[in-house]
Design a protein around this ligand. Structure first.
Ligand SMILES: Cc1ncc(COP(=O)(O)O)c(C=O)c1O
Length: 475
């Protein structure tokens, strides 16, 4: 009979005083790094050859002290990433995370609740469900709408397709796409997020099932073209299963005609999804939420908390008008699981099984800021972009998109046709090389543009001036 055990691995389970010391050290060191980042270059300045050599030195044979490894890790992140936390990162929608979300990560990491089941995590599961219902209500969905947190907007969009297929054909769950009377099709605009292609692939409907509807010349889905495509497909024996409108396109922040798309979906009994991955946060603002009118007609929604709600990555949300379809799509037997509440347990209603407590991030942030606080946050971002736009227009640049959200697609007006193609690449690469600011290069309505997006809640007018100076500096 065994009557003693080896001691716990001390490096993995340090005593309380060591943990407190390291936690305090981390708090201080991270705050110091953040301050240095704000006054340094946005772009990484890491010597990658030296970094790779040091990395190769971690052969995991000789343990190092926590202090050494933590200091090394922070230094690599400080110098080896594009800084999303820099106030002049005007980038893809990767925000500087709000403090409550970072606190939530710390709490979730400490308790490490398993959010697969309400049996093991009754309080966390209900906190997440509460936040999702609040988001659904804010969007104007009925009070019994339900959903869950996802790792990303792509997972949420994928979930919409699985729900659409499940509702369109009850035998889809057992027989897959073979159950349909013909090939299936889903529709979104050509300005959509490209992950839709992977989603069609993953779901087994095939990339050719994705119909990219032409846009209207202003970055929005052309609803007349959508109606024609659906009707043509129906005549050809194709089964339309999903229309996905975008409320805040990735490139130009444009909002598809949500009500007209809803009417087309409704008239053919097609599942109607609104991908508001980053634009959805505009719901927080009483001034801006009207721009999303028609979102309340959706069968389902994607909103990423890790975009404009500025939580830490990745924290998507999926909300469905019909709660039951989620269980039809994702139910499974799990004798070993501590609970099996078909209307609540995440493992019975979502793509994932083991799940981190993501929803605490938005819960805490909403709880301390309220809708009003978040409304002020998104309105401030729009004001930042208005300030950038005013300054660039004064310098002869043109605005290509007309978005009510916090993104500007712009170009220097040049050439007879005002087309600046050829200039965009050097402008963006010179700016990035200078390290002064970060902006993206993209295509809007077939034209190459500089894309500037406000993603940092503390960007100042001095940062805006610095961005404009960097963009308009001669090379
Ligand atoms: C409109 C839209 N949908 C979906 C996505 C994908 O979201 P994620 O990066 O969280 O997977 C994005 C990302 O930028 C997006 O802008």
């Amino acid at each position: 009979m065994r009557n003693n055990l080896p001691p716990p691995a001390a490096a993995l389970f340090p005593d309380r005083s060591t943990r407190e010391r390291v936690d305090d050290l981390l708090t201080r060191e991270l705050a110091n790094a953040n301050e240095r980042i704000a006054v340094g270059p946005v772009m990484p300045r890491l010597d990658m050859a030296k970094f790779r050599q040091e990395l190769a030195g971690f052969d995991f044979e000789v343990p190092q002290t926590a202090d050494e490894v933590l200091a090394w890790s922070i230094a690599q992140l400080e110098h080896g990433t594009v800084h999303m936390t820099h106030p002049r990162y005007f980038g893809l929608f990767n925000p500087a995370p709000v403090a409550p979300a970072q606190w939530a990560d710390r709490i979730a990491g400490a308790f490490n609740p398993q959010l697969a089941s309400s049996g093991s995590s009754p309080a966390p599961v209900e906190i997440e469900a509460h936040v999702i219902r609040a988001i659904g209500r804010r969007a104007g969905l009925p009070s019994n709408a339900a959903g869950h947190f996802t790792t990303s907007g792509s997972e949420a969009n994928y979930t919409s397709l699985i729900c659409a297929l499940t509702r369109a054909e009850p035998r889809f769950g057992t027989d897959g796409v073979r159950a349909f009377a013909g090939p299936v099709a889903l529709y979104t605009s050509r300005e959509c997020h490209p992950a839709w292609l992977k989603i069609a692939h993953q779901a087994g409907v095939g990339r050719s099932a994705l119909r990219l509807v032409p846009s209207d010349g202003h970055g929005r889905m052309n609803d007349a073209a959508l109606a024609e495509m659906v009707e043509r497909d129906l005549r050809d024996g194709v089964v339309p299963v999903l229309i996905a409108a975008t409320a805040g396109t990735t490139g130009g922040g444009m909002i598809d005609p949500l009500e007209r798309c809803a009417a087309i979906a409704r008239s053919h009994g097609i599942w109607y999804h609104v991908d508001a991955a980053w634009g959805g946060a505009a719901l927080a603002s009483d001034r801006l939420r009207g721009t999303l009118a028609g979102i309340e007609l959706a069968d389902s929604l994607t909103i990423d908390a890790h975009k404009w709600f500025a939580t830490t990555m990745g924290c998507g949300m999926f909300v469905s008008r019909d709660a039951a379809v989620l269980n039809q799509a994702f139910t499974v037997g799990g004798d070993f699981m501590p609970s099996n509440a078909s209307n609540l347990d995440p493992y019975l209603n979502t793509v994932q099984w083991s799940r981190r407590f993501l929803g605490l991030r938005l819960f805490l942030a909403l709880a301390v800021a309220g809708w009003r606080g978040y409304g002020a946050h998104v309105e401030r971002a729009v004001a930042v972009i208005e300030a950038v736009k005013e300054r660039l227009l004064e310098r002869g640049w043109v605005a290509l998109n007309d978005s009510p959200l916090a993104v500007l697609c712009t170009a220097p007006s040049a050439g007879e046709d005002g087309n600046a193609t050829g200039q965009i690449r050097p402008i963006v690469s010179n700016l990035l090389a200078s390290g002064r600011s970060w902006v993206a290069r993209t295509t809007f309505e077939g034209r190459e543009v500089v894309r500037i997006c406000a993603t940092h809640g503390e960007t100042t007018l001095a940062d805006v001036d610095e961005l404009v100076a960097g963009l308009t500096a001669s090379p």
